[in-house]
Design a protein around this ligand. Structure first.
Ligand code: NCD
Length: 323
């Protein structure tokens, strides 16, 4: 039996139907952003708490904009300016926010599992905006929406993910999502950044050491951000990384001619991606940002606004309303 989604903590445990439903529900919001007037009253009177315990620009602005365009008020907590600096614990901080009665909370935290911890203790919907190296579910949903707009189906798509896989919550959420739909996933990056137990991640997944081979016939290429603090000599220098793994226009020619290039941002041009590719015709980077608003509006609408995030529940409610 499918359950109504109360929180969005990760994609690993979601069914194909739940993912498809969220993507379908994001479609009207994609249209909505093309309108000159971009404000709805759907969440009027509701408050969304944004609790970002880690620095973030685009994800925080995206959730803030999505909330505002649905008519909700925002409570904004930013790590740099809060009492977190004074050593307050996660639970004390979120309980303080909860005492101001928000209707939902969006959390980013450097510890994997922090949103789950909060969801078990608070009585409001929790959305994970990135937890440690665990998951970043809204990023993978917006990536999936971007791919689905251009490719007929995920089934059998060749997806290549480049870079620091082991530390990437974006990679994990994308692997969980895309493998549910039968995509074939190839991982490529420096050996020290490769996960060991691939089989536990997804069924159709392989590791390929050479970037040229990893790109051969790819339909979608994900370039991950390289966290510069993880580049440390002698294990790996920036030059070695660029030589071995940068996505250049020449390397991209190994992929299908209509292959899509995705990057979650922030991009480090000249490190993981050649500016020619970042700005080239195959790059979907700015569409990813726009689609992020649509996915987050759809989720806030359902989780905070109280509509069911589940196709079967939805149809049940519709049929009982009709009776
Ligand atoms: C990602 C993140 O923070 O996990 N960025 C984002 O949400 N736009 C990717 C990253 O910072 O590497």
């Amino acid at each position: 039996m499918l359950h109504r989604l109360e929180h969005l903590l990760g994609l690993e445990t979601l069914t194909r139907e739940q993912v498809t439903f969220i993507l379908d529900q994001s479609k009207p919001f994609q249209e909505f952003h093309r309108h000159p007037l971009k404000k709805l009253a759907t969440l009027r009177g509701k408050t969304v708490a944004l609790a970002f315990f880690e620095p973030s620009t685009r994800t925080r602005i995206s959730f803030a904009t999505a909330s505002a365009r649905l008519g909700a008020d925002i409570m904004n907590l930013q790590a740099e300016s809060s009492s977190l600096k004074k050593g307050e614990s996660l639970i004390d901080t979120v309980r303080t926010l909860e005492a101001m009665r928000p209707d939902g909370i969006v959390i980013r935290h450097s510890s994997s599992g922090a949103p789950h911890f909060v969801a078990e203790r608070l009585g409001i919907p929790v959305i994970n905006a990135g937890d440690g190296t665990h998951e970043h579910p809204t990023q993978a949903l917006l990536d999936a929406l971007t791919i689905r707009d251009r490719k007929e189906s995920f089934d059998g798509l060749h997806i290549t993910i480049l870079g620091d896989i082991i530390h990437s919550r974006v990679a994990r959420s994308n692997i969980h999502l895309l493998s549910k739909f039968g995509a074939r996933i190839t991982l490529c990056g420096p050996a020290m950044w490769m996960p060991r137990e691939l089989e536990s991640l997804a069924p159709n997944i392989r590791r390929v050491p050479k970037i040229e081979e990893a790109l051969e016939g790819a339909d979608v290429v994900f370039v991950l951000r390289v966290q510069t603090e993880r580049i440390n000599e002698p294990a790996l220098s920036a030059e070695e990384f660029i030589l071995g793994y940068q996505l250049t226009a020449e390397r991209l020619r190994r992929a299908k001619p209509d292959a899509l290039v995705l990057h979650p941002g922030p991009m480090i041009r000249g490190l993981e991606i050649d500016p020619l590719v970042a700005d080239g015709p195959q790059s979907c980077v700015l569409d990813q940002v726009t689609n992020g608003l649509a996915v987050r509006m759809a989720l806030l609408y359902h989780l905070v606004g109280g509509a069911p995030v589940d196709s079967s529940e939805n149809s049940k409610e519709q049929s009982s309303a009709a009776n």
